[in-house]
Design a protein. Structure first.
Length: 466
């Protein structure tokens, strides 16, 4: 039975069986996720979420990052997952067809903190969870995403349940029940991209994963063969290009998803479908000294499926702008950079940007294959008063093919975390995350994510929680 074998892999794979390189990849995912979650706590969606969660008065079991608050394991996973996805600055994985770490890590840390898990156990749980999410993502196929499902959440709930169930010591049968419970909570629609509900998807998946694991451990039953049979999850949710799960289960850990295809870390806080074009435009600006005032036309070609998430061609809010190549291209050309401050309502509605956006056109490149934001290519043309420039790019910035260095990783973390923890606190938490494999308890890291009273900047969430 496929569900049985998947549960056995989750429960029975020893930490020692996870390759050192996969543990290092898990560490990098941890660093990236904590950084973007801390700065994500500054966002309005995070403040709203924290008001809701703290109002529940749940028993304090786990830390809400970037705040002085704590809550239950499930609610901590929920709010931290939303923090992690609030800015759309979190990592991407091609097999998952989405963002794996913003669901797995909040669930794993919440459970690990409460259960007294070690840093090594946390990283191994992440690698195992990503393995489950990656193989299931391949089985679901690209069609699952193209039909309108947000795979970050629909695959993330299983990946997160695997990581959390492993840390809580579920046995194989309990893990099968947890997967069955998670299946009935898998949700999230692309239609909600560009709204606060997109990060809600990530938090909801993390919370549902923890709930599923806790309920399964308590004895709540679910179908124990949710990935088997004609009415199983794959048949219900899979796309037209779905693949048989059995050979993918045979391939668990051969190779590990953390290594192949590996994780892609974002350089800019917007939908990953924009990133190749940003990279190209920045290179063109540097090489050809392009000025926005000289731009006559911009054309950006996408092969099928590679711009599915870019649902806004005429954005009017910062959130919508994250999912608009028209805005992102215009902002890149006008500002010569893309950053956290690019995606505010004021920035999107600048008159000069509106005028430049009208010159940006996207088009479909004929291709028989289906692509995603993580896998594909773009053709970019910029016509100016001084000439026309063209470039095709098939690498995604931050991907293994165009990697982020350790120094760039640390710089991103310190910039993000420093806005909440201050310089000293950010460096201390970075040191702990880098050395996570040697931590005796995950709680040590969780405590470092609480701002000190002397931190120069505090999030609205932190103020609320005092």
């Amino acid at each position: 039975m496929l569900t049985q074998r998947l549960a056995q892999f989750v429960v029975e794979t020893p930490a020692a069986a996870v390759p050192s390189a996969a543990m290092d990849a898990a560490r990098d995912a941890l660093i990236d996720t904590l950084g973007v979650a801390l700065v994500g706590a500054l966002d309005e969606v995070s403040e709203i979420t924290l008001r809701y969660v703290t109002g529940l008065g749940a028993k304090r079991e786990a830390t809400i990052w970037g705040t002085h608050a704590g809550t239950s394991m499930a609610e901590a996973a929920f709010v931290n997952g939303i923090f992690g996805h609030a800015l759309d600055f979190d990592d991407v994985h091609a097999s998952v067809h989405g963002h794996p770490s913003t669901t797995i890590i909040p669930a794993a840390i919440a459970v690990g903190e409460a259960a007294g898990a070690s840093g090594e156990a946390l990283l191994a749980a992440y690698a195992v969870g990503l393995e489950v999410g990656g193989k299931l993502g391949i089985a679901f196929g690209s069609g699952h995403y193209q039909r309108g499902w947000h795979a970050t959440a629909t695959t993330g709930v299983f990946a997160s349940a695997a990581a959390a169930g492993r840390l809580l010591g579920l046995d194989v049968m309990q893990m099968r029940h947890a997967l069955g419970l998670a299946a009935s909570q898998a949700s999230g629609m692309l239609r909600n991209f560009g709204t606060m509900t997109k990060p809600f998807h990530a938090g909801h998946a993390a919370r549902c994963a923890v709930q599923s694991v806790l309920l399964a451990r308590a004895g709540l039953s679910a179908d124990t063969s949710i990935f088997d049979g004609k009415d199983g999850f794959l048949r219900t949710y899979g796309g037209e290009d779905q693949q048989p799960l059995e050979p993918l289960i045979d391939a668990l850990g051969k190779p590990w998803e953390a290594l192949d295809p590996g994780l892609s870390f974002k350089r800019w806080p917007c939908c990953y479908c924009n990133h190749r074009s940003i990279g190209v435009l920045l290179a063109m600006i540097e090489q050809h000294k392009i000025r926005a005032a000289d731009v006559l036309a911009v054309e950006i070609g996408f092969p099928p499926g590679s711009d599915t998430a870019l649902v806004h061609s005429d954005p009017h809010t910062g959130l919508e702008g994250k999912f608009s190549i028209e805005y992102v291209a215009a902002a890149t050309l006008a500002d010569g950079k893309v950053g956290i401050d690019t995606f505010t309502d004021v920035m999107v509605n600048r008159p000069e940007i509106r005028a430049l956006m009208a010159k940006v056109k996207r088009y479909r490149i004929p291709d028989s294959k289906m692509y995603t934001g993580a896998v594909g290519y773009n053709d970019v043309m910029v016509r100016t008063t001084r000439g026309e420039y063209r470039m095709r790019e098939d690498r995604a910035p931050g991907s293994p093919a165009w990697p982020m260095s350790a120094a760039e990783r640390d710089e991103k973390f310190l910039d993000c975390a420093g806005r909440v923890l201050g310089g000293v606190g950010a460096r201390r938490s970075l040191e702990l995350a880098i050395g996570a494999r040697h931590l005796a308890a995950v709680a040590q890291l969780a405590r470092a994510l609480v701002p000190s009273e002397s931190a120069p900047l505090q999030t609205p969430a932190a103020v609320l929680a005092k």
